[in-house]
Design a protein around this ligand. Structure first.
Ligand SMILES: [Zn+2]
Length: 456
């Protein structure tokens, strides 16, 4: 927090106490919130209530007109300091169904998420939050609040072994504690890119990941207004292992600030996966409800991936128990066949047969039941020998959109970020986030006037 946002507390001064207020968010921007005051902490909470106000949060998403997208996202608005840069903010779920959450940091304040009033008698360096008897218990103090914010004037707060930038909201749900970090989208992307792609990979591949990750996150933000969070921190959305600021990832995010992929009038629903194994997939064949219009494309650049070719085996008994939740009733699987294959070579439908039972299921559901990590993709062939089913396959992941290992290969061949993304998202265009009167718009962006090899 900038020192300029630290100021004296008048009530304290009148009583001869040396005290101060901290104002601003953890990134140091003055958002009008008074964060801590010795005066408040000594019990005369209501006298300083006038200093505490809630940031006007705005949240909604609207579709767009005439090729220019317009979205209104959660953002910190700073009436008190118009010089502060307003940026979209994202809410990332970083824990759920937890019994205890431990925070470490500097001068941590725990405040009510709605009133922003302090809930602890003073700033602390360690905070334990527990779910006990239907209540939140913070540092052994039972609270009536069900939703709290853990804030620090420092840049990072640690939860478990990971550092996070921004305030962390903890919510008491019926199944335990849910933790959600509220942070600036671009800062989230530093960690997401570093978590999703090794920092040692070529800069153009990291930039491609940054643009795809940003586009993906914005889509989720537009669809999650009525939820507690926009994205989760695991592969269900994209990996986010905290504020891991590998400089190469930060450079890739900053080098592409605000750049997104669009198609027609909309923000593209950009997806990515580890390795396509030779050809990407059409979204509708992976997710029946997908509305994305994206062709499958050939990819010869992911051959260096350690999971370009793989094999794994299952016994008939094992397959039967893994498929039982899908309704397979026999104790042993006797035959597995790909009933329908896509043009990219992936199993769209899989037929499973036992002595009596028959099961026909989507390739993706089959893979989910056998385990995403073990059956790495649906691009496989099956050999049945001596009671063992051997799957030989190519690639890792669903196969839609950006092939990460392919992006690495293309970058190593000298392709720049624009060419890499155009290869995996044919027909997509580039857009750039632009703030206008508190609203976020996405305006067309062209690479034409800029260098194609380095910073834009
Ligand atoms: Zn590939």
């Amino acid at each position: 927090m900038s020192i300029s946002h630290r100021f004296g507390c008048d009530p304290c001064a009148r009583q001869g106490r040396r005290a101060f207020l901290l104002r601003g968010d953890p990134e140091g921007r003055d958002n009008g919130i008074v964060r801590s005051c010795v005066h408040v902490l000594r019990g005369t909470r209501f006298r300083v209530r006038a200093f505490v106000r809630t940031v006007p949060w705005a949240r909604a998403a609207i579709p767009l007109v005439m090729g220019v997208l317009s979205i209104l996202l959660t953002q910190s608005s700073s009436a008190a300091d118009s010089r502060s840069e307003v940026q979209p903010r994202i809410r990332v779920r970083i824990a759920h169904q937890a019994a205890v959450l431990r925070f470490h940091g500097v001068d941590i304040a725990v405040v009510d998420a709605f009133t922003r009033l302090p809930l602890l008698p003073g700033p602390v360096d360690e905070v334990d939050v527990e779910a006990k008897g239907g209540r939140l218990v913070v540092n052994r103090l039972p609270l009536s609040a069900k939703r709290i914010r853990v804030e620090t004037p420092a840049v990072f707060v640690q939860m478990g072994r990971r550092d996070y930038r921004g305030a962390i909201e903890v919510v008491l749900a019926s199944d335990g504690l849910t933790a959600v970090v509220h942070t600036v989208l671009e800062h989230y992307l530093y960690g997401a890119v570093a978590s999703e792609m090794p920092a040692t990979w070529p800069a153009e591949a990291l930039k491609a990941q940054a643009i795809v990750s940003r586009t993906y996150a914005l889509r989720r933000m537009m669809e999650s207004a009525d939820r507690l969070y926009d994205v989760v921190d695991d592969v269900a959305d994209q990996l986010y292992e905290g504020a891991d600021d590998a400089f190469q990832a930060v450079r890739a995010v900053r080098g592409t600030t605000g750049i997104v992929l669009t198609k027609g009038d909309a923000l593209l629903d950009a997806r990515f996966h580890s390795t396509c194994g030779g050809m990407t997939e059409v979204p509708g064949l992976v997710w029946p409800k997908a509305t994305m219009d994206l062709p499958a494309v050939r990819c010869e650049d992911c051959r260096a991936s350690p999971v370009h070719d793989w094999r794994t085996s299952f016994s008939g008994d094992e397959l039967a128990s893994l498929l039982a939740p899908e309704g397979f009733g026999d104790p042993r699987v006797e035959a597995v066949d790909v009933a329908e294959r896509s043009a990219s070579g992936r199993a769209v439908m899989v037929a499973v047969r036992g002595k009596d039972a028959r099961l026909l299921l989507r390739g993706n559901d089959f893979r989910r039941r056998l385990g995403y990590a073990r059956l790495k993709s649906t691009r496989f062939t099956i050999n049945h020998r001596d009671g063992l089913f051997e799957f030989r396959g190519q690639g890792y992941g669903h196969g839609v959109g950006l092939c990460q290992w392919g992006a690495r290969g293309k970058a190593r061949r000298g392709m720049n970020v624009s060419a890499i993304l155009r290869a995996y998202f044919p027909g997509a265009r580039f857009g750039r986030l632009a703030s206008q009167g508190g609203r976020w718009r996405i305006i067309p962006y062209s690479f034409v006037q800029t260098s194609l090899t380095d910073g834009w």
